[in-house]
Design a protein around this ligand. Structure first.
Ligand code: NI
Length: 184
């Protein structure tokens, strides 16, 4: 991310909210201003995602009600990273074919469950300069982009699970948050 211009932008790791939190259940607002503060936030989000480590992160997970997400689903070690920044993303087409992935979430640490989603999606979004972009995603990228766009609408992957399983995970997270609060 640095290197292209030889100018290293200072990056900051941001704190990721843990479920349950009302900010994770709220619908985020469209982004209207594409300025250097937004570019800094995008850099911070990517840095925070890679450090976690994760393959996707949405602004509401940092307590920011902005329709913005970052992702990089390149998982092979030594492969070239493919960081993506999607602002005001919108799913405009979904395949009838579905796929099942065992999903996790940086806001729900160490909990994983199978979720069924459309196998392919076309997403329109704006890049960091506000330019319109569109791309068809498949495989893990398709699942990841849908999971992250859900965050912008206050939806978590556990909302796809049966109530009993969801409650079990939520109780584990409440316990984790109590332990984290004591450690602070
Ligand atoms: Ni998530």
């Amino acid at each position: 991310m640095a290197g292209v211009t030889g100018y290293i932008r200072p990056m900051t790791l941001r704190k990721i909210l843990i479920h349950p939190d009302p900010r994770l259940k709220a619908k985020a607002d469209p982004v209207g201003t594409f300025d250097k503060d937004l570019a800094k936030l995008a850099d911070d989000m990517l840095e925070t995602m890679y450090a976690a480590p994760g393959i996707g992160l949405a602004a509401p997970q940092l307590g920011l009600a902005k329709r913005m997400l970052v992702m990089d689903c390149v998982k092979e070690e030594n492969a070239t990273p493919e960081p993506m920044i999607l602002i005001n993303p919108e799913v405009v087409w979904t395949s009838e074919d579905t796929s099942v992935y065992e999903e996790g979430c940086l806001s729900i640490p160490d909990q994983y469950a199978d979720v069924t989603r459309p196998a392919e999606v076309t997403v329109n979004w704006q890049d960091i300069d506000g330019k319109q972009r569109s791309e068809k995603f498949d495989a893990l990228w398709a699942t990841c982009v849908q999971h992250e766009i859900d965050h912008l609408d206050g939806k978590l992957f556990i909302d796809y699970l049966k109530p009993l399983k969801r409650q079990m995970i939520t109780r584990k997270m409440q316990k984790l948050k109590r332990e984290m609060a004591r450690a602070d």
